[in-house]
Design a protein around this ligand. Structure first.
Ligand code: AMP
Length: 396
């Protein structure tokens, strides 16, 4: 491939980016603090910081930050060309079940899905629009966090609501699909015995979910219509009795926007602890509420793992990934203890020693830590959609 692929992963207040040449990430970086005190950080392939500077906050919305990243990318690759830009897009709805090259119609269709992901979709689309304007000659590919789950059995995608709502798109979509797809693509190489088996993948980061995977395909997931469902997250509450929301409307006079702020931004680890949304801070805190928040986080994972084990009819392996899953042996240990009844037993020396396989030799269920890489998955899809390389499966 004669040139580079830029990958953009736009979140609510930050935009991550990476530049790939073939399968190698030459640079990774992010603009953080959009809307407050923006900062641009870029590291080279070895992880060494090469840019770390604050950006003027004035006028730096997602579009402007994206243009800045594109300029940075072009400067960094020094004469080589950006062949394409791939985007992580949170929602593809019912119709976009695979990555797609973006044109005006695609952009219009994706804009219509904004009410399904109001906190993420507009930022994703702002990044695409910014590049279309600044560099219309560069092809762009949208890769959806929902797509990996579109093949789930119908029953796993359904709510028990009158059918007309399902027909209008009110169904369980599931998210973190690019992360799960990447993990599924790694299994044949890392843990070949699991690749054709029943695996629960725990993506435990600031956003958190579980996915039941069988033979590399998504069978069920804890996130549903939105990315607020399922597990306790940094600031999201996870599964909640819908009656609570009606009660809060009736008794506290909360409207839709107030509830949105409550369940997306003020709940989860932050809301329960009153201390922080960050797992490291909670571990370091002496506040009893911090420990209670961690205990609830673990409890909900264990409960949902049981549900996914039932959906799979048994479990052969568990994979931990994302910030907490990859780096927090204490949480992994507590989750494994709660899943002991499934036949999962960790080897604590392996768990604390940074090994990839962390289950004991006697454990009936294998446990692995596999770092996720959503950007690499987007780069692969982008190459494949545009026919830049052979679209066949790749190991990394
Ligand atoms: P992510 O959204 O995947 O970047 O993950 C962010 C979460 O990972 C935050 O709650 C961090 O506190 C947590 N995290 C990152 N590193 C560690 C670590 N070494 N130990 C515990 N939690 C960590």
């Amino acid at each position: 491939m004669n040139g580079c692929i830029a990958v953009i992963n736009a979140g609510s207040s930050s935009i991550k980016f990476a530049i790939y040449e073939d399968e190698t990430a030459l640079f990774r970086g992010r603009v953080e603090g959009i809307g407050a005190s923006p900062r641009l950080r870029v590291a080279d392939a070895a992880g060494a910081a090469i840019i770390d500077e604050s950006l003027p906050a004035e006028g730096l919305d997602h579009g402007a930050a994206t243009r800045r990243l594109l300029e940075t990318a072009v400067a960094l690759i020094d004469g080589r060309s950006v062949l394409a830009v791939g985007h992580r897009v949170v929602h593809g709805g019912v119709n976009y079940a695979a990555p797609v090259r973006v044109d005006r119609q695609v952009l219009a269709d994706l804009a219509e899905l904004t009410p399904l992901a109001p906190l993420h979709q507009p930022h994703n689309l702002a990044s695409i629009a910014a590049i279309a304007e600044a560099a219309p000659h560069i092809p762009q590919v949208a890769c959806f966090d929902t797509a990996f789950h579109r093949g789930q059995p119908d029953v796993a995608q359904s709510f028990a609501l009158p059918r007309k709502f399902a027909d209008a798109g009110v169904r369980r979509y599931g998210f973190h699909g690019l992360s799960y797809e990447y993990i599924a693509s790694r299994l044949p190489e890392v843990a070949p015995a699991l690749a054709a088996g029943r695996v629960i993948v725990a993506h435990l980061g600031n956003g958190a979910s579980l996915c039941a995977i069988q033979s590399g395909r998504s069978m069920a997931s804890t996130m549903g219509f939105t990315a607020v469902d399922g597990l306790v997250m940094g600031t999201r509450c996870g599964t909640i009795d819908p009656g609570v929301l009606i009660y809060l409307m009736d008794v506290y006079g909360m409207d839709a926007r107030a509830l949105e702020t409550l369940i997306y931004r003020q709940s989860g680890l932050l809301g329960v602890s009153g201390v922080s949304s960050d797992m490291r801070t909670l571990h370091a805190s002496a506040e009893p509420a911090a420990a209670e928040a961690v205990a609830l986080f673990v409890y909900r994972i264990v409960r949902e793992a049981g549900s996914l084990a039932a959906a799979l009819g048994g479990v052969d392996g568990v994979v931990f990934t994302a910030g907490i899953g990859e780096n927090d042996p204490t949480v992994r240990s507590a989750v494994a203890a709660g899943c002991g009844w499934l036949g999962l037993e960790l080897d604590e020396a392996r768990n604390r020693g940074g090994e990839a396989r962390i289950s004991s030799d006697a454990s009936r269920v294998a446990a692995w830590v596999i770092p996720t890489d959503e950007e690499r998955m987007v780069a692969r899809h982008t190459e494949a959609v545009l026919g830049l390389v052979d679209a066949g499966p790749k190991a990394s």
